[in-house]
Ligand binder design. Structure first.
Ligand code: HEM
Ligand code: HEM
Length: 205
C-alpha cells in the first residue's frame, strides 16, 4: 500500500516539466512542517505561567514527532533513511569550503553540512524535551532542578540558532544550485541531476 503510494508520487514527479525525482516522502514532509509549527508555538508561549500548558503540549508534540522521525530514519525509507545522510563533520567542512568557492556539488538528498545541522537539531530537540519534562515534573526524578532549568533554557536557544542557520543554508543552497528546496519539501519532488552533473559526479546521490 505504502509502496504503491510512493510509486504513484514518483510518477507524478516525472510528469513535471522537466521531469523531477521523488525525494521527500509524505512522512518527512508532514514531519517537517508539523515540527516547524510545534516548535514555533512552544517557543512563542515559553515565558508566562499562564501559557505554560500550551508550551508543554507543543513540546510534547515535538517529542512525538522526533520519536517518529527517528524510527523512520532506521527504516528503508530512501533519502529519508539515516544511511542516506551519514553524520560526517569532516565531509561537512569540506562541503562548506567548496561552497565558499562556488565549487560544491549538488546533492539530491541532504548535503553533508545540512546533515550535521539536522542531527544537531534532533539532538537539541531530544535534550530540550527531556529537560523540559524534568523541570515541569519537578520532584518526580529530580528535586529543585535548577541546573536542568538552565539546560532547558540554553539548549532551546541553541536550537533556535541552528534553525536560523538552517534557513539561511536552505536559501543559499537553493540559489547556488538553482534548486527550490522549500518547494521540494512541500511537493516531495526535486529536479533530477542533469547529464553533465551525473557524468561529473559519476553517480547520483
Ligand atoms: C522550527 C524550524 C525548523 C526546524 C526545527 C527544521 C528542521 C528540519 C529537519 C529536522 C530537517 C530534516 C528533514 C528530514 O530529513 O526529516 C529539515 C529539512 C529541511 N528544511 Fe527545515 N526546519 C525548520 C524550518 C524550516 C523553514 C522555515 C524552512 C523553509 C524556509 C525549512 C526548509 C527545509 C528544507 C528545504 C529542508 C530539506 C533540506 C535539504 O534539501 O537537504 N525548514 N528541516
Ligand atoms: C520545542 C520544545 C520546547 C522549547 C523550544 C522550549 C523552550 C523553552 C524556553 C526558551 C524556556 C525559558 C522561558 C524563559 O524565558 O523563561 C522554557 C521554559 C520552560 N519549559 Fe520549555 N521548551 C520546550 C519544551 C518543553 C516541554 C516538553 C516541557 C515540559 C514537559 C517544557 C517545560 C518548560 C517549563 C516548566 C519551563 C519554565 C522553566 C522555569 O521555570 O524557568 N518545555 N522552555
Amino acid at each position: 500500500m505504502t509502496e504503491d503510494r510512493a510509486k504513484e508520487a514518483a510518477l507524478n514527479c516525472l510528469k513535471d516539466e522537466p521531469p523531477q525525482k521523488y525525494v521527500w516522502d509524505a512522512f518527512v514532509r508532514v514531519f517537517h512542517w508539523s515540527l516547524v509549527v510545534a516548535f514555533s508555538i512552544a517557543f512563542y508561549y515559553r515565558e508566562s505561567e499562564w501559557d505554560r500548558l500550551i508550551h508543554v503540549y507543543a513540546g510534547y508534540t515535538v517529542a512525538g514527532l522526533i520519536a517518529a522521525r527517528i524510527v523512520w530514519g532506521f527504516m528503508k525509507t530512501g533519502y529519508a533513511s539515516f544511511r542516506a545522510f551519514p553524520l560526517n563533520p569532516l565531509l561537512a567542512v569540506r562541503y562548506l569550503w567548496l561552497t565558499a568557492q562556488g565549487r560544491s556539488r549538488r546533492y539530491i538528498g541532504h548535503n553533508p553540512a545540512g546533515s550535521v545541522v539536522i542531527y544537531a537539531m534532533l539532538f537539541c530537540g531530544i535534550t530540550t524535551v527531556v529537560s523540559g519534562f524534568l523541570v515541569y515534573n519537578d520532584g518526580w526524578l529530580i528535586d529543585d532542578p535548577g541546573y536542568i532549568k538552565s539546560l532547558h533554557y540554553y539548549v532551546s536557544w541553541l536550537w533556535l540558532i541552528l534553525v536560523v542557520m538552517h534557513i539561511i543554508a536552505v536559501i543559499t543552497e537553493s540559489i547556488l544550485h538553482k534548486d527550490n528546496l522549500i518547494w521540494a519539501m512541500i511537493t516531495g519532488c526535486k529536479r533530477s541531476s542533469t547529464k553533465l552533473e551525473k557524468s561529473y559526479w559519476k553517480k547520483e546521490i
